[in-house]
Design a protein around this ligand. Sequence first.
Ligand code: BMA
Length: 349
Amino acid sequence: MTALATGVEKATPRPIDPQASPETVALFHRLHIQSSKGVLFGHQDTSAYGVGWRGDKNRSDIKDVSGHWPAVYGWDLGDIHKSDNLDGVSFKAMTRLIIEADARGGINTLSLHLDNPVTGGNAWDKRPAVEKILPGGTHHASFLKTLDQVANFLRTLKRKDGKFIPVVLRPFHEHNQDWSWWGTKACTGKEFVALWKMTIKHLRETRGIHHLLYAYSPQDISTKNAYLERYPGDNFVDVFGLDYYRGWHWKEVPRFGEALSMINRLAGDRGKVAALTETGVDKVPNSDWWTQYLLKALKHDEWSRKTAWVLVWRNKFHGHHFGPYAGHPSAPDFIKFQSDPLTIFGPNQ
Ligand code: BMA
């Protein structure tokens, strides 16, 4: 027997931007629908460079190892005022690689390691800046110019039909840590929330950017209270992200899984999508990390399984990489991870 509709079923969730483009609404729905079907695999800068190469056409270490593209592509707009980003990817190339990823059915997500807007130091310069860039502050106008540069870049992301490519913007990530100028050492919770809201308002209302989903992504926590500290509110977040770098010891796996379960329960209650927006272990020292750590955490319970995507950080060189590369000891285990019914990759071309 089918239960009678009660009339209180949740309406299809919408992105926070009331004017989100149809493509952005479609991306949000796609993430919702597929989150109950499997976890998309993602990798930072995957088609720009890898271990031992840079700028090769149609290449990714993930594809070298597994034969398939990732399904999610991470990029970073740090050094947006220059021609290359902070990791040496030219913004011109980034636009092209994002367009190619989109054409393959991939999802693009952008983080922002922006320079300290007051001192001119890099993102890791913790000297206080946020209070000075909020409205009325000495550096407000100049920070808005940086956001304009972000907006200009976002406007280069177009499909062949002229429509903007919807992307996930993940500003001011890991804000519960103390390494950045937007972190806990450098600003108050109130200032952080004001910065978040001002950024969205500027991009959306002043610059008319409507092809974004916004991801919030604190780091290495597993409780609801810790997660919601400095949370800007349901009207300002689409994706409940989490950066998690503690999953390197088997004893940590249950807590890792619990963290994923927690963000999915919270997201489910609020019509949002949950994602493991950054993870990995530098140099992947455990050769079975993919199936015995990451996959186990994703399979912790029925909630953790709903994680929409998992993104591992960049493959810079042998001494700094979070994905596998051809010949790496974890490559065979990565192929097992890829073959698991829970994981979803992109096409093989
Ligand atoms: C860090 C490292 C740095 C890099 C930064 C931004 O985790 O990978 O080398 O510059 O991310 O991508």
